[in-house]
Ligand binder design. Structure first.
Ligand code: BGC
Length: 439
């Protein structure tokens, strides 16, 4: 597959977006909702029952993430001038606050028009609770033909489309500040495995920089670092066995990867426990830190900080994972019942278009899941990611970002990592991880 050259250009007009405050809500078991979202049609943005108002819950509130959402919504409003967008952010990297917020709205029988969700396993509880509309009609022939197959599969449950993906992020990245690695005299491209990366960290620390910008305030960045290190050390088959819960023979590899993370620990940001992921990433931007492991949403932030790819910041596949593209996808869905059915349908259709994916993915730091979005309009970094995607032998789902593992299991794994970040006990944590995924 490849990214084509269809021209999806469209004149740009700033749309006026109305923002409302952050929503609250605590984690609850998802139940069905039954209200029918009655609506008037007078375009009143303050009226929660207004069908011309699209309420969207998301967690993209800063840097390239915010720019990307704004670009998407601007594009939509250019085509749907009658629409009013009510953004309802639930900030927190990797959706750490969104799920609870959405669930409480569904339980209260006040579903939003749409919300951000990872395709794949993360959809399962919503589908099982019957709160998502089937989107087979929205998935036109044009979309079915244009989307990458693996992404189409992740958008369906039980053979029915329930989500419209807008992007493909990559998780197995190592980003770095070019001046810092040059000053230290290390070449990230020559690092072949996660153990050798530790030696590089030692050299960086000796030169007085933070080796690995990382946050531990939330567990998810360490879960994703672990899944990437585990893959880099032990390869695809072992990783797949873990996902399948086939844990025989995994005790040693899992302990080895945790033990390496424990050794990385002394090289992470000194303020790791009190910062958010984008604040850690900012340490690479300012040159206080050499490296960070993140999904390529981090690259969206380098662009919004106006750093030049290849000169000021650069990228390699995380050591040991060359040839693999660990995919993190974002999509939107249609809660059913829906407060603004027509506008929500129009929005989802727009999300599946060339124009939407062209606008959204460039600032987001991701590549389009449609293959006919003009590649030459994308910045060099994303063109390199597209080439890596095309060349990748394996495109994997992820544990941390919802596609590979049932949300309940993912939550348990996150809890195990939250304890690991306190105890740093490799043995107990390894046992716990295997117990969680095992039979
Ligand atoms: C999402 C990305 C987002 C990142 C950091 C991931 O789970 O898929 O869109 O940029 O989390 O918040």
């Amino acid at each position: 597959m490849g990214w084509g050259d269809t021209d999806g250009s469209n004149a740009s007009r700033r749309a006026v977006l109305r923002r409302v405050g952050m929503i609250g809500g605590t984690a609850v078991v998802l139940a069905g909702c039954t209200s029918d979202g009655n609506a008037s049609d007078d375009g009143d943005a303050n009226d929660p029952d207004d069908t011309s108002q699209l309420e969207l819950i998301h967690w993209w509130t800063a840097g390239g993430e915010e720019d990307a959402l704004e670009a998407l919504l601007d594009g939509f409003l250019e085509e749907h001038e009658e629409g009013v967008i009510e953004e309802n952010p639930a900030p927190g990297g990797a959706g750490s606050a969104l799920n609870a917020a959405v669930q409480s709205r569904l339980i209260d029988e006040e579903p939003p028009s749409t919300f951000q969700i990872w395709p794949g396993e993360a959809l399962r509880p919503f589908v099982d609770s019957n709160v998502l509309a089937a989107l087979d009609d929205i998935w036109s022939d044009d979309m079915r033909e244009a989307y990458i197959d693996s992404v189409r599969e992740l958008s369906q449950r039980n053979g029915v489309y329930v989500a419209v993906p807008v992007n493909i992020h990559r998780l197995n990245n190592l980003f770095y500040n070019v001046d810092v690695v040059e000053d230290v005299g290390v070449d990230p491209r020559s690092v072949d495995d996660p153990e050798t990366l530790l030696e590089v960290f030692e050299a960086v620390a000796d030169a007085g920089y933070t080796p690995l910008a990382h946050q531990t305030q939330d567990a998810w960045p360490t879960v994703q670092l672990w899944e990437t290190v585990f893959l880099g050390q032990h390869g695809l088959e072992t990783f797949q066995s873990f996902l399948d819960g086939d844990v025989d023979g995994l005790a040693e590899p899992v302990a080895e990867s945790l033990s390496l993370i424990e050794r990385y620990r002394e090289h992470v940001s000194p303020d790791a426990s009190s910062i958010a992921w984008d604040e850690a990433n900012a340490q690479v931007i300012t040159g206080d830190a050499a490296f960070t492991h993140q999904g390529d949403w981090a690259a969206g932030h380098y662009s919004s900080a106006e750093l030049t790819y290849g000169e000021e910041w650069s990228h390699v596949a995380f050591p040991g994972t060359d040839g693999v593209y660990t995919m993190v996808l974002d999509s939107f869905v249609m809660p059913d019942p829906n407060p603004s059915p027509e506008l929500t349908s129009a929005f989802l259709q727009y999300c599946g278009s060339v124009d939407a994916q062209r606008r959204f993915n460039q600032p987001k730091g991701s590549i389009p899941p449609r293959t006919d979005v003009p590649a030459e309009e994308f910045p060099p970094f994303l063109q390199d990611q597209m080439a890596d995607f095309d060349a990748s032998g394996d495109q994997l789902p992820t544990i941390t970002h919802g596609s590979a593992i049932h949300p309940a299991t993912k939550n348990q794994l996150e809890e195990a990592f939250a304890s690991f970040l306190e105890s740093w006990n490799v043995e107990t944590t390894a046992e716990r991880l295997l117990e969680i995924v095992g039979p």
